[in-house]
Design a binder for this molecule. Structure first.
Ligand code: NAP
Length: 255
């Protein structure tokens, strides 16, 4: 029960394949009480059903990270439901589908802005609202990918957005360290999810990892989730500003 007595907010559940949902299940197993957000009306019922399967009283709030009013309302809801927050999971990303194929060169101005706003700035927007609820300290974890560090063909604008996300993790960790709030990135290997299906050639990415990664396989969602629990728990109390790779070792390769 690594998270016994802790209250957390999970942002980014779309369906049962979502990394955020894997993390929610593992966090609940470890004793955490969870609140959830959903992106828009179309997801309210499905995210509500998943959240309710862990606890029928799980607080659930609409939150499109591009909408300041919804962000404020969601955190007011969390404050009213929980009073305080011990952890936050950021598992949100978006880019135009046509910019996740072919070359990076044609990336549009509005596509760049949207990808960076939803996938990178959102961490800061969420942290601004979570911090006042973390008066006794806390842990923030953001999901990222190796395409932030090295070129992954077709990951394109999302690689740039993840690089900004990982830099945001470090700057937030610096600001929030004195307040006993830790901020870390969790760099997951490829996992079959809705967002992943939007990346052209994603199945090939999984085949390459299986062939080349030191562990000769892809990572399981449960492994990503357990690593997230570690970062959310007091077992990682000395770690902040880090990007933890949970990718069967793929990131150590030069060739
Ligand atoms: P997912 O299930 O599709 O989750 C992505 C989430 O982002 C969805 O809940 C999506 O909601 C939400 N989202 C998009 N735009 C949003 C907005 N404006 N406001 C609020 N939420 C918004 O896919 P996932 O793979 O689990 O992705 C979770 C995180 O893990 C992402 O940051 C992703 O980049 C990262 N990651 C994934 C992999 C992988 O291989 N799957 C690897 C490394 C890192 P909608 O569905 O309604 O848009």
């Amino acid at each position: 029960m690594l998270l016994a007595g802790k209250k957390g907010l999970i942002v980014g559940v779309a369906n049962k394949r979502s990394i955020a949902w894997g993390i929610a299940q593992a966090a609940a197993r470890e004793g955490a009480q969870l609140a959830f957000t959903y992106q828009g009306e179309r997801l309210k019922e499905s995210v509500g059903e998943l959240a309710g399967s862990l606890n029928p009283n799980s607080p659930l709030f609409e939150c499109d990270v591009q909408n300041e009013a919804l962000l404020n309302a969601a955190f007011l809801g969390v404050k009213n439901a929980f009073g305080a927050l011990d952890f936050l999971v950021h598992a949100v990303a978006f880019a135009k589908r046509e910019e996740l194929e072919g070359e990076f060169l044609p990336t549009s101005r509005d596509g760049f802005q949207m990808a960076l706003e939803v996938s990178s700035y959102s961490l800061t927007a969420l942290a601004q609202r979570a911090v006042p609820l973390m008066a006794s300290g806390g842990s923030i974890v953001a999901l990222t990918y190796y395409g932030a560090e090295k070129v992954i063909p077709r990951y394109n604008i999302m690689g740039v957005a993840k690089a900004a996300l990982e830099a945001s993790v470090r700057y937030l960790a610096f600001d929030l360290g004195p307040r006993k709030i830790r901020v870390n990135g969790l760099s997951s290997g490829p996992v079959q999810t809705l967002a992943a299906r939007g990346i052209s050639g994603f199945t090939d990415m999984m085949k390459i990892v299986e062939a080349k990664a030191p562990m000769k396989r892809n990572v399981e969602l449960a492994e990503v989730a357990n690593a997230a629990v570690f970062l959310l728990s007091d077992f990682s109390s000395g770690i902040t500003g880090e990007t933890l790779h949970v990718d069967c070792g793929y990131h150590i390769l030069g060739m």
